[in-house]
Ligand binder design. Structure first.
Ligand code: ADP
Ligand code: MG
Length: 186
């Protein structure tokens, strides 16, 4: 059994998609084990979007290859792109209240990422949350000098899931209970 962190980002809350997003996870048999609405501080945002070089480089690389596929050359290094986007993300995630959730289930980390879809909604499968509710691309967001509005954050792996859950929730805020349909689902 795994737990993962999900955040419904400002666009998801502003567009009143909280219920639909949570239902997507519940309908897949995943269980909400912690949940709160938070107006995050800059400190919390900086912890969540950690200044981790590997992650910054991966954000930069994905952005560059998407731009190159459209014939756009980027002058910044991958690290500079990552740092710029991290700074946008910290401003964005603190701009309105958001919903933080811990979600549990077999293979929850991979399953949630699959239901959320690819980072750029324009490329995300239409059956995913990002593909269904948005059509944004990296280039569109970059031109507007803000993060891609892709509705949801979901932890990328087990190490980050544990780290991120502990940023948003204390141990006491995470509940151990049984869903009524649990024996049928699992
Ligand atoms: P994911 O959220 O799919 O794990 P990343 O961890 O790579 O994606 O990036 C974190 C977030 O940064 C994305 O969800 C998106 O909101 C934003 N983002 C990533 N690349 C860009 C970009 N080139 N322009 C604007 N926003 C971006
Ligand atoms: Mg990520």
């Amino acid at each position: 059994m795994e737990k993962t962190l999900v955040i419904i980002k400002p666009d998801g809350v502003q567009r009143a998609l909280i219920g639909k997003i949570i239902s997507t996870f519940e309908d897949a048999g995943l269980k909400v084990v912690a949940m709160k609405m938070v107006w995050a501080t800059k400190e919390l945002a900086a912890k969540h979007y950690a200044n981790d070089e590997d992650w910054l480089l991966s954000v930069g690389k994905k952005t560059r290859s998407s731009a190159e596929a459209k014939g756009i050359r980027m002058d910044e290094t991958d690290l500079q792109i990552g740092q710029r986007i991290r700074s946008w993300l910290m401003d964005y995630i603190t701009s309105t209240p958001i919903i933080a959730l811990a979600i549990e289930g077999p293979e929850a980390i991979t399953a949630v990422r699959k239901l959320v879809g690819s980072t750029a909604p324009a490329k995300a499968d239409p059956s995913t949350i990002r593909g269904k509710y948005s059509t944004e691309s990296y280039e569109y967001a970059d031109a507007k000098k803000r993060p891609v509005k892709n509705l949801v954050h979901a932890s990328e792996d087990a190490k980050n899931a544990e780290r991120e859950i502990s940023i948003w929730f204390t141990k006491k805020e995470i509940f151990d209970y049984k869903r009524a349909d649990e024996d049928a689902v699992r």
